[in-house]
Design a binder for this molecule. Structure first.
Ligand code: MV4
Length: 447
């Protein structure tokens, strides 16, 4: 096992990783920006190093400062959390070169699955179902030919994009040229990779993702799926496990295909495979996330596993001895609400001083947070304050438990989206489990 892990992140995920390290008996190093000097992750770590000013580019994305901090403190591994440097294959490679273990997949695996065109090729090779689509589009002539073959509507995506950035929906032939030019421009200026490709566009889909874990000894486990359709502008708002849209048979079938693909590709560590579900119920592969995800907690609650501890143990080369159940059998149902510092009407981030903070508790309630009463939420990072997770034997009980927990949650001094969550938990699509990626937009349009 590692002796000392540097956590290259902040907020609730830095605390989440710190807790796993403590339970594994591993010493911890926090890194922080100037504005985060009094943050909880700094207080909970054994050591802390200031790596730069507030701006992410100069602190949590500052590769030389982070690697220097690992060298100075004698850390033998770096956990990247999510966001920031977590999917940066070059950072992972540099860690290795400096003799520090990057806790995640190999840099080659990060590249192979991180690039969407390559990921589609890999998925196809291993029999994972995917949408009709193209390879890299060379020019507008090529794009026209592919659109004719696939059939409108199509969607143009940046191969190196993510989180919905760089996407263009094309419904009519006369839109293709302009959309291709702007998608191409956005890919060239916004991402390191200028490649653009095309897929059949699915209207009003659900977003469902499968969690996988693999050790370095050929052990691969598919740990079920999460329903992530409740999102606004590509930001997830509520996630749950299992998905109310997936049958036991479908889960079993997908788990086996995914397990084989991950095993045969030699991938190790945590991975999330994102799928889109069309109105008929067919699942198609979209992309892979090669890091721990914000919503990993709901999978933890229904599997009883500590995914971050597993990720660390696998990176240390340990042979993991989980039972070979396919798929993993779930214990009840878990729902996560992302509690953000934001305005209820404009959704603008709402940083500032938290004057009062009382998180809910009680049976089946988990809160992963990095804030406290007296903490000033900086304007420099994302607006996630806390993840509120309700776990219960059935989905209906998990909803009741979440409503109860939301009623208890007190955050004073700043605005939050707690009321939005209360509304969502009585929304028919949520109560019935029939949500799509447009549910929130439609609810807000009703006023
Ligand atoms: C799509 C799609 C429909 N058809 N691809 C958005 C983020 C990125 N991960 C992929 N996304 C989508 N890709 C095809 N071929 C619709 C979306 C999409 C979406 C996907 C997941 C979760 C929320 C979404 C909201 C709008 C659009």
């Amino acid at each position: 096992m590692f002796k000392k892990i540097l956590i290259a992140n902040r907020g609730e995920i830095a605390l989440r990783v710190l807790r796993a390290c403590r339970e594994l008996g591993v010493k911890t190093v926090a890194v922080h920006s100037e504005v985060d000097a009094r943050a909880l992750h700094v207080r909970f770590a054994d050591e802390a190093v200031c790596i730069g000013p507030a701006s992410s580019a100069k602190s949590y994305l500052n590769i030389p400062a982070i690697i220097a901090a690992a060298e100075i403190t004698g850390a033998d591994a770096i956990h990247p959390g999510y966001g920031f440097l977590s999917e940066n294959a070059e950072f992972a490679r540099l860690c290795g070169k400096c003799g520090v273990r990057f806790i995640g997949p190999s840099p080659d695996a990060m590249r192979a699955w991180g690039d969407k065109v390559t990921a589609r090729k890999n998925a196809a090779r291993f029999g994972i179902p995917l949408l009709a689509g193209s390879g890299v589009l060379e020019d507008i002539t090529h794009a026209r030919a592919e659109a004719a073959r696939i059939g409108l509507p199509v969607i143009l995506k940046a191969s190196g994009g993510g989180g919905g950035r760089g996407m263009r929906i094309v419904r009519r032939d006369d839109e293709l040229e302009g959309s291709f030019a702007s998608a191409k421009h956005e890919a060239e200026t916004g991402f390191k990779n200028p490649d653009v490709f095309m897929e059949k566009y699915v209207e009003e889909p659900r977003h469902i993702e499968f969690q996988v874990f693999a050790d370095e000894h050929g052990g691969v486990w598919t740990l079920g799926e999460r329903e992530c359709s409740l999102q606004r502008r590509h930001q997830k708002v509520i996630e749950e496990a299992p998905s109310p849209g997936i049958s036991t048979e479908k889960r079993q079938e997908m788990a086996e295909v995914i397990r084989k693909a991950i095993k045969e590709s030699g991938y190790t560590s945590l991975a999330t495979l994102e799928f889109i579900m069309d109105p008929k119920g067919d699942l198609s592969f979209l992309e892979v996330n090669t890091r721990v995800q914000v919503e990993h907690t709901v999978t933890e609650m229904v599997t009883g596993l500590d995914l971050v501890a597993l990720q660390i143990r696998a990176a240390a080369g340990e042979k993991i001895d989980l039972p070979d159940t396919r798929p993993w059998s779930f214990r009840g149902h878990a729902i996560e609400c992302r509690i953000n510092a934001e305005d209820a009407v404009s959704f603008a981030p709402w940083p500032g001083l938290i004057t009062e903070y009382f998180p809910p508790g009680g049976t089946g309630v988990r809160v992963d947070s990095g804030v406290y009463g007296g903490w000033r939420v900086p304007a420099d990072y994302d607006s996630l304050l806390a993840k509120l997770i309700a776990h219960a034997p059935t989905r209906a009980e998990a909803i009741l438990r979440m409503r109860r927990a939301l009623d208890e949650f007190i955050v004073g001094g700043i605005r939050t989206n707690i009321d939005l969550h209360k509304r969502l938990l009585v929304e028919p699509d949520m109560v019935e489990g029939t949500m799509t990626t447009r549910t929130i937009e439609k609810m807000l349009a009703r006023g």
